[in-house]
Design a protein around this ligand. Structure first.
Ligand code: ADP
Ligand code: MG
Length: 683
């Protein structure tokens, strides 16, 4: 239960004075549904106005407030703006330009009558003009400095500010949750004062810093509570006897990184406290094998394992590989996805319940209510960065004996993000590639040269090679996205023959996609055209050419992932990044970085800098928004401090019972880390 003191802040915006259904709807477009959202809807800058008796050349491109008297006007018959000519007190002519609503403008600015207007003074040829000036009535002049808010249609800046300030009035004084010495050192104001100040002076960096620190601290504290809780739960220790792992036939040796991580996992699983481990490893570093060893370990110990893949295609691919490897060992593997229905599904559910299935591979379907395991001991989540903490927790929370959890991601996650995003987990890194890989050569090519790229592709497949061709995701429109890929497929089929070119995209049915993928993997198809559905995990070593269209529209981490699809065999691989002709400076720099380095971590740091954490972690899609105000820079700067601070507090006061502990609880509610709070209450 939320502490009463916060209730006014968490009221719906409709309770605020002057907010009806219309305004509420507009606010909702910005995600502002409760008073607290508005109170935290901070201005991003200010505009400064100059109150002057008359215009002057030195004031160009400033926003002025001045008195003018219109003396003439012109409204062209066809298109074109209405222009009202006016003089200021010094006799300068200023043109007031209106692109719409000429009738209104003329009524507001009658000839011969002085009016006060405000707007940006611009040079237009040798005239001065103000486009769409604000016409101020009855001496109501705007403030000389005004905070500027992010807006949406139907709510003007001044209205937004009023609303934010009204919401702010509902903010109570709250007890201090920040460590006193820290507060003193940085001279931070109390929370309420800081929040109010942020609306007055958008550029006050120390104020912003405190507000950012608040939520980062709450986030870190929440993760630690989740961790603390998870550690205390009684899981089942799983110790294998190497019966299966040693019988596994591998055509190669484990890399030393794989061996090290496998050992880390083994000792985690031998504990009663359930494992919570994040395995980071660049594409191709061999995570699947590590997961397989862990699953076999669980099976040796008499438990079941579940392997969650992010897509249907990948689930099927993993299933096929596992079946091939495990049949001989007598380990029973099954698959369950949303597509499996009827009797096949019933059979799998029964096998899970009676324990005749050892390993289940699948998509989200494997965690549905109806899926009951006899003895689930280990959950592996592959490419899991699309989930948030809460989803992760839910996976293991239901079980009476929570299973061990291994989360694998190929997105190299910068350290600060690991802390804010996976702070409740232990981290292993596969920092070594299997031997025999030749680094992928990356080239950036202008789309003018597309015909030459197609020629090169022709030579590549004539020599027996295979290739991926990635078409970009068209924003917000799955339809045109598929259309672009379909068009490309049509063109390439014309050139290379219809049976050489396969196509997969998001709108295809699962079975259809699988058929195409399977036929590409078997070498029947030479070219696989795809939207980003192949982004993760697909493994076809003979495919050594990756062509990515409109490469500048992808995130760097995403390009890195895609590029990781090639370079999996011993042969040399190439990645061609096709770019548009209108490329910004940053666009150019980003693609150059891809050409320069294969280092996933370096690419991830750069992506974080350029695009923010939501994009890297895919939390934008999952809707789990982490912070209200903290910027990526602030997160990088403040996370280490906040993490230490939170840890120290929990060391001293694990139940959050002290005065400061109570204050910290309020912070958890204020920043909606509800899960963590539920944990304190239940234990
Ligand atoms: P990812 O980490 O991207 O999931 P995979 O597990 O798919 O990587 O492994 C990539 C490829 O490397 C696979 O073809 C796999 O069989 C191979 N591989 C894994 N471990 C080794 C190893 N120790 N030596 C050689 N090849 C390996
Ligand atoms: Mg993988």
């Amino acid at each position: 239960m939320r502490p009463e003191i916060l209730n006014p802040l968490f009221a719906e915006v409709e309770v605020l004075k002057g907010v009806g259904p219309g305004i509420a709807k507009a606010l909702a477009r910005l995600g502002l549904t409760r008073a607290v959202d508005l109170a935290y809807h901070l201005p991003t800058g200010t505009i400064d106005r100059l109150r002057v008796p008359a215009a002057a050349g030195t004031m160009l491109s400033r926003i002025l407030i001045l008195d003018v008297t219109p003396f003439d006007s012109r409204s062209p018959a066809g298109k074109g703006p209405t222009r009202i000519f006016a003089v200021d007190r010094d006799g300068n002519t200023i043109t007031l330009t209106f692109f719409n609503n000429p009738g209104w403008a003329k009524k507001q600015l009658p000839l011969g009558e002085q009016r006060t207007v405000s707007g940006k003074l611009e040079a237009f040829g040798d005239e001065w003009q103000i486009i769409h000036p604000e016409i101020l009535e009855g001496g109501a002049e705007p403030p000389l400095s005004e905070a500027i808010y992010p807006l949406t249609e139907g709510i003007a800046n001044r209205r937004m500010r009023e609303l934010a300030l009204t919401a702010l009035q509902r903010a109570p004084e709250l007890p201090e949750w920040i460590e006193p010495s820290l507060l003193q050192r940085d001279g931070w104001r109390p929370w309420r004062m800081a929040l109010a100040e942020a609306h007055v002076d958008p550029l006050a960096t120390d104020v912003r810093k405190r507000l950012a620190y608040d939520e980062i601290f709450a986030n870190q504290l929440a993760l630690m509570l989740i961790r603390q809780h998870a550690r205390r739960r009684k899981g089942v220790p799983l110790a294998g006897d190497e019966r299966l792992t040693s019988a596994l036939q591998l055509p190669y040796q484990l890399t030393s990184a794989q061996a090290r991580v496998a050992q880390e996992i083994r000792s985690d699983m031998a504990q009663a406290a359930p494992m919570l481990r994040l395995l980071q490893g660049d594409v191709g570093s061999g995570k699947t094998l590590v997961a397989l060893l862990a699953m076999l370990e669980a099976v040796e110990a008499g438990a079941q394992a579940a392997f969650l893949a992010p897509t249907e295609i990948l689930a099927r691919q993993h299933f096929a590989t596992l079946q091939r490897q495990l049949d001989a060992l007598g380990v029973r593997v099954a698959i369950l996805t949303g597509r499996d229905k009827g009797r096949a599904r019933e059979a799998v559910l029964m096998g899970l319940a009676d324990g005749s299935i050892d390993i289940l591979v699948g998509t989200h379907a494997i965690f549905q209510e109806k899926v009951a395991y006899k003895r689930l001991g280990l959950v592996v989540i592959d490419e899991q960065h699309r989930f948030g903490v809460s989803q992760r927790l839910l996976l293991t929370e239901k079980a009476a004996h929570p299973p061990h959890l291994l989360v694998m991601t190929a997105t190299p996650i910068p350290r600060t993000l690991t802390l804010t995003q996976f702070g409740e987990m232990d981290v292993s890194r596969l920092d070594e590639m299997p031997p025999g890989r030749t680094p992928v050569e990356t080239r950036v090519i202008s789309d003018e040269k597309l015909p030459e790229v197609v020629d090169a592709l022709g030579r590549h497949i004539a020599a027996g090679g295979q290739a991926y061709w990635v078409c970009p995701l068209v924003e917000e429109s799955e339809k045109s996205d598929s259309a672009a890929a379909e068009q490309r497929a049509a063109v390439l089929r014309l050139r290379f023959g219809p049976d050489k070119v396969g196509l997969v995209h998001g709108r295809m049915k699962g079975v259809e996609k699988d058929d195409v993928m399977a036929s590409f993997a078997a070498g029947h198809l030479a070219v696989l055209i795809a939207t980003t559905v192949i982004e993760v995990g697909v493994d076809v070593p003979n495919s050594t050419l990756m062509i990515i269209e409109d490469a500048e529209r992808f995130g760097l981490a995403q390009l890195h992932q895609l590029r990781g699809r090639v370079g999996r065999g011993a042969g040399a691989s190439t990645c061609l990044l096709i770019r548009g002709q209108q490329l910004s400076e940053t666009g150019r720099a980003r693609l150059a970085l891809m050409r320069e380095t294969n280092d996933g971590f370096r690419i991830a740091e750069e992506d974080l800098r350029l695009r923010g954490p939501g994009e890297i972690l895919g939390t934008r899609q999952s809707g789990e928004q982490q912070f209200r105000v903290a910027t990526p820079e602030q997160v990088s700067e403040l996370v280490p401090m906040a993490t230490d601070d939170a840890r120290l507090l929990l060391d001293r006061d694990g139940g959050l019972a002290s005065e400061r502990g109570q204050a910290a609880r309020i912070a958890l509610y204020l920043f909606e880390r509800d899960q963590a709070i539920d944990l304190i209450r239940s234990g």
